[in-house]
Design a binder for this molecule. Structure first.
Ligand code: SOE
Length: 391
């Protein structure tokens, strides 16, 4: 990271954020916190919050600390006080906003999944590649890459500590749709969200598997199902029902480019599982296991150790030498889900200042989209094996 004197303010980077719901709140807190914690080379200024409902947007802006409010994202393209557009809206708007922003020379952070379709993701990746030639940067918000324990897992895999990869097991289980009275929000409509559990949370574990292994999925076989096919159109207790047009659950197996095998489960109807993301990687020399409910820990089994004492070791990932931990609290003072967004903001600011392409890039987002598209195609043909184009 470029050094800076602690007494000198770094240059400002004006942010315009579109959307202020769940992800908007998480991103707002990250922008507000990142340069309190890290010695960032740019100082984010939370200049403009965009939302269609002016009163609600004003309320959110005051609450989260945004200076100005707009009701049309297009105004951000013209504003001199916005250098980065942060997209926290449903998937059907990602491509339009991101491509226009990149063409207007604004850096982009876009929530996951990158797009609602492969065709959109391809256009977005092409726009990002073109913009990068002009020094304009784009990142997709797969925030779990920034869990310190998972960043450590990546480091250990890169260092060869688990050897040649054989097997990946990944699951992302939630239960908020187990209740059939949950209304038909945008996340349950294909035209707004693209897909259901598959794109919303399956995308995270696909990205993690590809990121941690450094490989892409070469083919998949998948099944999806929608258990509750109609839901109340509003949360006002009226009886009108509308169709659910996305999956409740998706499971798939895949083969990585090296031949390693992988299994994935994504569901929003696993009663009792609130936000249960687990990933395990098995190699010739050892194994790694992570559980989001214990996100400060990474389990590591080292097969090169003596059999007498070998066993899964629980690494408490809070040492200053662990990824992102140098700037936080003393060892043992644990972090949480929210901090992943702070780390994401930090890395993006460093890359923008350093003139580097951030990761996950839109090309990484496209690689995930290819997998989602292949799983949906496979599921439409009873799990037929479906090949995925190489990157
Ligand atoms: C879905 O419920 C969701 O909010 C996802 O959209 C997020 O990406 C995930 O981090 C938490 O769950």
């Amino acid at each position: 990271m470029p050094a800076r004197s602690s007494r000198q303010d770094p240059p400002a980077l004006g942010i315009g954020m579109v959307g202020y719901a769940f992800m908007g709140a998480a991103h707002s807190r990250a922008w507000a916190t990142v340069d309190q914690v890290f010695d960032t080379p740019l100082r984010p200024r939370m200049n403009v919050l965009v939302g269609r409902d002016e009163a609600a947007t004003r309320f959110a802006a005051r609450r989260y600390g945004w200076h100005h409010v707009e009701t049309d994202w297009r105004t951000l393209l013209e504003r001199d006080d916005v250098q980065l557009i942060d997209i926290c809206t449903p998937g059907d708007t990602h491509a339009g906003i991101a491509i226009a922003a990149l063409e207007a020379g604004k850096h982009v952070l876009c929530e996951k999944p990158l797009a609602n379709s492969l065709a959109e993701a391809e256009k977005m990746a092409a726009a990002a590649a073109k913009a990068a030639e002009q020094g304009v940067r784009a990142m997709v918000g797969f925030n779990y890459r920034r869990v310190p324990a998972l960043a450590l897992a990546r480091r250990l895999i890169n260092d060869g500590r688990i050897g040649g990869l054989r097997h990946v097991r990944a699951a992302y289980l939630q239960d908020w749709l187990a209740d059939v009275s949950v209304p038909l929000t945008w996340r349950l409509q294909a035209e707004r969200a693209g897909s259901g559990a598959l794109g919303d949370i399956g995308a995270h574990i696909v990205d993690l598997a590809q990121y941690l292994t450094g490989e892409h999925l070469a083919g998949v076989s998948g099944l999806t199902n929608t258990f509750t096919t109609e839901r109340p159109v509003s949360d006002r207790g009226d009886a009108e029902l509308g169709p659910v047009t996305v999956d409740d659950a998706a499971t798939f197996t895949g083969r990585l480019a090296s031949g390693a095998v992988a299994s994935f489960e994504a569901t929003r109807v696993a009663a009792g599982r609130k936000n249960a993301l687990t990933i395990e990687l098995y190699g010739e020399l050892g194994s790694l296991a992570f559980d989001l409910e214990r996100l400060n820990e990474l389990s590591f089994y080292d097969r090169t150790e003596s059999e007498d004492t070998a066993g899964f070791r629980r690494i408490l990932v809070t040492e200053p030498g662990h990824p992102y931990l140098e700037a936080w609290w003393p060892p043992g003072h644990t972090l949480g889900w929210e901090h992943t967004f702070v780390h994401q903001a930090r890395d993006l600011l460093i890359d923008i200042a350093g003139g580097d392409d951030p990761e996950p890039s839109f090309a990484d987002g496209l690689r995930v989209q290819r997998v989602l598209d292949a799983v949906a195609a496979s599921a439409a043909h009873d799990g037929a094996w479906t090949k995925i184009q190489s990157p």
